[in-house]
Design a protein around this ligand. Structure first.
Ligand SMILES: [Zn+2]
Length: 143
């Protein structure tokens, strides 16, 4: 399970957050779990093979996630069929961190912590994150 299981520290953090969320909202969707990356290195490239599932959870296009990962890692990333192909070798842990940050910034509403959001393009360099659950609308940095 190397690379897939989370560390005790991460798990504790997750529990912490789940606990505080349970107390701030009565909703069942507050136990939304950010999906883990299922990636493997082949030659000089890393492939994420469950990008469709991740994109589905995020309700985003996998090409948008590819663009984010590319920006974060500073390497080319291509969305191919149901996979993301990243130039360079990256560990599952490393990719998990990027995906987690993506969800926290661009998917999960910071007001109600639900993932029922969409991005609207705003002025250059900005998006609006629009929450369909609580109606929040706030600017986030474009990537
Ligand atoms: Zn919300």
């Amino acid at each position: 399970m190397k690379g897939i299981s989370m560390s005790d520290e991460e798990y504790a953090k997750l529990l912490d957050r789940a606990f505080s969320k349970a107390h701030s909202t009565a909703s069942e969707s507050s136990d939304f779990v950010i999906p883990k990356v299922d990636a493997f290195v082949q030659g000089s490239k890393t492939q994420i093979r469950n990008i469709a599932a991740i994109a589905d959870k995020a309700r985003r296009d996998s090409k948008d996630i590819a663009r984010y990962i590319s920006k974060e890692l500073g390497v080319p990333v291509n969305a191919e069929e149901s996979r993301l192909v990243i130039s360079g070798k990256f560990s599952n842990d490393d990719l998990d961190k990027r995906i987690k940050r993506y969800f926290e910034t661009y998917v999960i509403c910071k007001e109600c912590h639900k993932p029922d959001t969409r991005l609207e393009s705003a002025s250059r360099g900005m998006f609006y994150l629009v929450c369909e659950a609580c109606g929040s609308r706030y600017g986030v940095k474009n990537y």
